[in-house]
Design a protein. Structure first.
Length: 375
């Protein structure tokens, strides 16, 4: 093949993800204080040499309620989701401006409010951080207009517990009392799981907070400030049952909650995404660091494409990157996944059709998201 996406588009590396990661590191010239460097590396929580996280400020240190010591971050049972989102190695895809704020949020243990157009990689950033720093599976909390704080903290299946209550001549699952044990019916949500006393912080993705009810950002203020919450259903049992084992968002991981209270040991890495559809209260913004995810330039587009396609791509693919940037112009009405879809069709042989048919397909895949309603 005559060339690759990376060198033709100006990233300075080959078509494989490793070369693009090297190009990204060289272009960024990371300062020494950065913890997350956008290298594209994949690490597991059980790796021997994980990046050392800086100590938090004194006002962001928390004493967990756990009586059993910090919890080890569970190793994901399957890394397919990370590979699907990031490709083999996804380095060099973030601007230095975004990386500065991301690393400041890690140092200060503050949530990061990340705004930007759809398809610019806001949600993917959480997976990049978790993968490079070895922080396990991302805890994903998708927000809609009906989402409440309780949805993120925990779910209690009270009806299921009553239905499982012992009937005459039938033993109760989980105990001999009038009702089964409450821990069997309580599952911590993504936010509730993130605030457990983990030895290393978990990564929590609060996705599209601007779609929430008007009260949810204010409801989060205490949690972000204090790093703790209470579970009334377990607090009522504290006199007779101080410790209760409950399920978590990690599915195969159960934990013990003491006296109905959960407090983090390490404040999680919280990435909050917003499409800029609404303004947030000043009190909420004060507790966050803020950054805007820009539309990727040619170098970063090339790195993204290279990470998802393992084979070298010819000059036609490089031309697609150039055409994509030209079509996008100064607007943000084209998303990166539209380019990835088109490159995939190119590698599948669709470009072997006559030029007019290929242009029609490309234009259908690159429809303007803010105005077009059909290809």
């Amino acid at each position: 093949m005559s060339g690759t996406v990376s060198d033709a588009a100006g990233a300075g590396g080959g078509a494989d993800g490793e070369d693009s990661a090297e190009a990204g590191r060289g272009a960024t010239s990371a300062p020494d204080w950065w913890i997350f460097r956008d290298t594209g590396e994949h690490r597991s929580p059980e790796d021997d040499a994980l990046p050392k996280l800086p100590a938090p400020p004194a006002w962001r240190r928390f004493r967990p309620e756990s009586e059993r010591g910090p919890l080890a971050v569970p190793v994901p049972a399957d890394g397919a989701d990370t590979r699907r989102r990031l490709g083999r190695r996804r380095g060099g895809t973030l601007s230095p401006q975004v990386l500065h704020v991301v690393n400041a949020a890690i140092h200060l243990r503050r949530p990061l409010l990340l705004t930007g157009a759809p398809g610019t990689g806001k949600s993917t950033l959480a997976h990049q951080i978790a993968s490079e720093l070895g922080l396990g599976r991302v805890l994903w909390w998708p927000v809609v207009s009906r989402t409440t704080l309780r949805d993120g903290l925990y779910d209690y299946d009270a009806i299921g517990r009553v239905q499982d209550a012992p009937q005459p001549g039938r033993r109760s699952p989980g105990g001999d009392g009038p009702l089964p044990g409450v821990g069997r019916y309580l599952t911590l949500g993504p936010l509730g799981t993130a605030l457990l006393p983990w030895r290393r912080p978990r990564v929590l993705l609060v996705d599209e907070l601007d779609k929430s009810d008007v009260d949810l950002p204010n409801d989060l203020l205490h949690l972000f400030e204090e790093g703790e919450y209470r579970i009334p259903e377990l607090e009522r049992l504290a006199q007779s049952q101080r410790q209760v084992e409950v399920a978590t968002t990690d599915h195969d991981k159960r934990v013990t909650v003491t006296a109905g209270r959960v407090r983090c040991a390490e404040f999680p890495v919280v990435i909050i995404t917003s499409n800029g559809e609404r303004d947030f209260p000043p009190a909420f913004r004060r507790r966050c660091l803020e950054a805007r995810m820009p539309a990727p330039d040619s170098d970063r587009l090339a790195a993204m494409v290279a990470s998802h396609f393992d084979v070298g791509l010819d000059g036609r693919a490089a031309e697609l990157v150039r055409e994509f940037l030209e079509r996008r112009g100064d607007s943000s009405d084209l998303a990166v996944d539209q380019l990835l879809n088109t490159v995939h069709m190119l590698t599948n042989g669709a470009a072997e059709a006559d030029d007019a048919a290929w242009r029609q397909l490309r234009d259908a895949l690159w429809r303007n998201l803010s105005s077009d309603t059909s290809p």
